[in-house]
Design a protein around this ligand. Structure first.
Ligand SMILES: *Cc1c(COP(=O)(O)O)cnc(C)c1O
Length: 625
């Protein structure tokens, strides 16, 4: 796999935005007025997060180069003329990072360039022409085996779509990446996005699914024949409508006016001080109905309406998805039936009342562990018998198209974060989210998947501990199998029977994870940590006391992760606060009361000990007298 990609010679604003969406590692603008790709004297480079901006110059006056670099906030200057080592030394003193390029021909000797090595960050090797680049011609890459300096370098000059294999086979130390320019253009400065996309899909790892819901080999649709028509129909309708701008606008409008989006990205001063990093919370708890679940139900309810469906069925664990479903059904005049396990019903009774008031019909599930997985089973069973219903799944699980559809509807979370970070022009170092089925994590990871420098961390619930059988730590304990129509990682016994999961938080109490996360785990793109009940509760109490925010127990698992990572001082950390803690007050209060009781007991014990000691002392003293 190639490490770095640089796309050079950008010029037109719309085209630049499209290129930024491809997430190359570097983009280059040409500030040389004799080039057909010259950006013009009024040009101002856009802010980009995670993409380095390079300005290309040819024998420019030093003060001019400094001015342009400052004005455009450039990360690198690329020197494409006959600039001397002294010239590089001078401008490097201003803290400017340098890429020095050289035209290579058969007579070129790499010894000539060793004088530059202390002043430049990278070299770039191009075909030698009198045009200073963009000629579309290649030099003989064999030559590169003579290179023996320790400065990383780019290959440039006439690289086109057919060069993939040859580039892939160049096994040379310090080969950093490639620079694409003229062979991917419609005309000078206007890049061919279609060609670039195609090329990129070959050289970059892909973390989102294809149109059949495959994430690597995870996902897909392993379904009983009875469901085939339903799923196929849904998939076709979704694939169609998701390209429709009007449909997307409808979703955005409701997210804005009804849910209250964008949700704030809140800087936690006190938490930051405690953990020695810059910690932000994405406040999904402030959404209407109190969690991220509403983002997904709005998308799916609008889709159901488009499909002419009037009956919505769904499952719920913590009741958050049930409430979000009942809410949107009430708003759009749809009939709503919710399956909920008996155990969950008991521990999330407030949400049961809310669903009832919103007009939903609740069916209590008594099978299995009477929790989330069993509710999904019942809902699917009901759907088979009532195919006219729309099944609105609540997490990034199930057969295709559900995982990619739910992930997409939740991706608004990271879309907003990218916008909210624009001012700081910095990528997060860590993104942390709790993981039930994986929808809030998928949503906050989504637009950062391609930025490999961003550490993605998924937090599972380990319940009473991963070594007990009271746990929901799917990745730690699980293995490959099919759950609810999707090939993924799940907890099962040696006969393939699903194990009963356990977590104190009903929203994480699921024996599988969505296929996207299984693939992220397999490809080592994300890290997965598990947190036991007690640590989560304590992290929730800590947030309440430090920042005045009571988190859902699910989100508290993500917060507890702060204790497990050693941060550097300026690390930017974003935690998805997936929901608010109102529904969990009983659990929190029970813990706080127990804590008080224990503290009092200890105090009393000490008191008694002290009194006993005093008595003994007195006795001794009396005896002495
Ligand atoms: C449902 C829920 C979760 C877990 O579900 P995911 O699909 O993994 O996001 C997490 N937090 C809250 C508040 C929830 O309601």
């Amino acid at each position: 796999m190639l490490k770095k990609l640089k796309i050079c010679g950008l010029k037109y604003n719309n085209n630049i935005s499209d290129i930024i969406d491809l997430y190359p590692d570097f983009i280059g603008f040409i500030f040389y007025d004799k080039s057909p790709r010259f950006v013009g004297s009024n040009f101002l480079a856009p802010n980009t997060i995670g993409i380095s901006k390079v300005g290309v110059f040819v024998n420019e006056k030093e003060d001019n180069l400094l001015k342009i670099s400052l004005k455009n906030n450039l990360d690198f200057v690329q020197l494409h003329g006959t600039e001397s080592p002294d010239y590089c030394s001078n401008i490097s003193k201003y803290g400017i990072k340098i890429i020095k390029s050289f035209g290579i021909d058969n007579d070129f000797s790499f010894e000539e360039i060793s004088k530059y090595r202390n002043y430049v960050n990278y070299f770039l090797f191009d075909f030698k022409s009198t045009l200073y680049g963009g000629s579309g011609k290649k030099f003989s890459w064999e030559k590169i085996y003579d290179y023996n300096l320790k400065v990383p370098f780019f290959l440039s000059g006439g690289i086109n779509s057919n060069d993939f294999d040859q580039i892939n086979n160049l096994k040379i130390p310090f080969f950093l990446g490639i620079d694409l320019n003229s062979c991917f253009e419609i005309k000078p400065g206007l890049k061919n996005i279609f060609l670039l996309k195609k090329f990129l899909s070959r050289i970059k790892e892909k973390y989102l699914s294809d149109n059949n819901g495959l994430y690597g080999f995870f996902g897909g649709a392993y379904i009983p024949e009875m469901l085939y028509n339903n799923i196929n129909n849904l998939k076709n309708e979704y694939n169609k409508i998701i390209k429709n701008k009007f449909f997307k606008k409808k979703i955005k409008l409701l997210l804005h006016n009804y849910v209250g989006r964008p949700s704030p990205l809140f800087f936690c001063k006190n938490l930051s001080k405690l953990y020695g990093a810059k910690i932000y919370l994405k406040r999904e708890d402030l959404n209407h109905t109190g969690s991220h679940k509403i983002n997904n139900t709005i998308g799916q309810a609008l889709l159901a309406k488009e499909m002419g469906k009037k009956n919505i069925i769904s499952e719920t664990g913590a009741g958050q998805h049930g409430v979000a479903t009942a809410t949107i059904c009430s708003l759009l005049g749809l009939k709503c039936t919710i399956f909920m396990g008996k155990v969950d019903r008991k521990r999330q009774i407030q949400n049961v009342y809310r669903m009832k008031m919103l007009g939903a019909n609740i069916i209590t599930v008594n099978s299995g562990s009477k929790t989330l997985k069993d509710s999904v089973n019942e809902a699917i069973r009901y759907w088979i018998n009532n195919p006219e219903c729309y099944y609105m799944i609540g997490s990034a699980v199930g057969p295709d198209p559900y995982p990619r559809m739910v992930s997409y509807f939740q991706s608004i979370i990271s879309e907003e974060i990218k916008e909210q970070l624009k001012e700081s022009d910095k990528l997060p170092n860590y993104i942390i989210a709790c993981l039930g089925g994986g929808s809030n994590a998928a949503g906050i990871f989504y637009h950062f998947l391609d930025y490999e420098s961003v550490n993605l961390i998924g937090v599972e619930a380990s319940g009473l501990g991963v070594n007990t059988n009271k746990t929901a730590a799917t990745i730690k304990k699980g293995s490959l199998g099919v759950l609810h129509g999707s090939l993924t990682i799940l907890m099962q016994d040696k006969y393939g029977q699903i194990l009963e999961p356990y977590s104190i938080s009903a929203g994480l109490d699921y024996p599988g994870i969505g296929p996207m996360h299984a693939n992220l785990f397999y490809k080592k793109r994300a890290t997965f940590i598990s947190i036991p009940d007690l640590e989560a509760i304590e992290a929730g109490i800590e947030l309440a006391s430090l920042e005045g925010i009571i988190p859902a127990l699910e989100s508290a698992h993500a917060l507890a992760c702060l204790k497990k990572i050693s941060f550097k001082k300026n690390d930017l950390v974003i935690i998805n606060l997936s929901g608010r803690g109102d529904k969990d007050m009983d659990t929190y209060i029970k813990h706080i009361k127990n804590q008080k009781k224990n503290q009092n007991q200890k105090k009393n014990q000490k008191k008694n000990q002290n009194q006993n000691q005093k008595k003994k002392k007195n006795k001794n003293q009396n005896q002495k007298k």
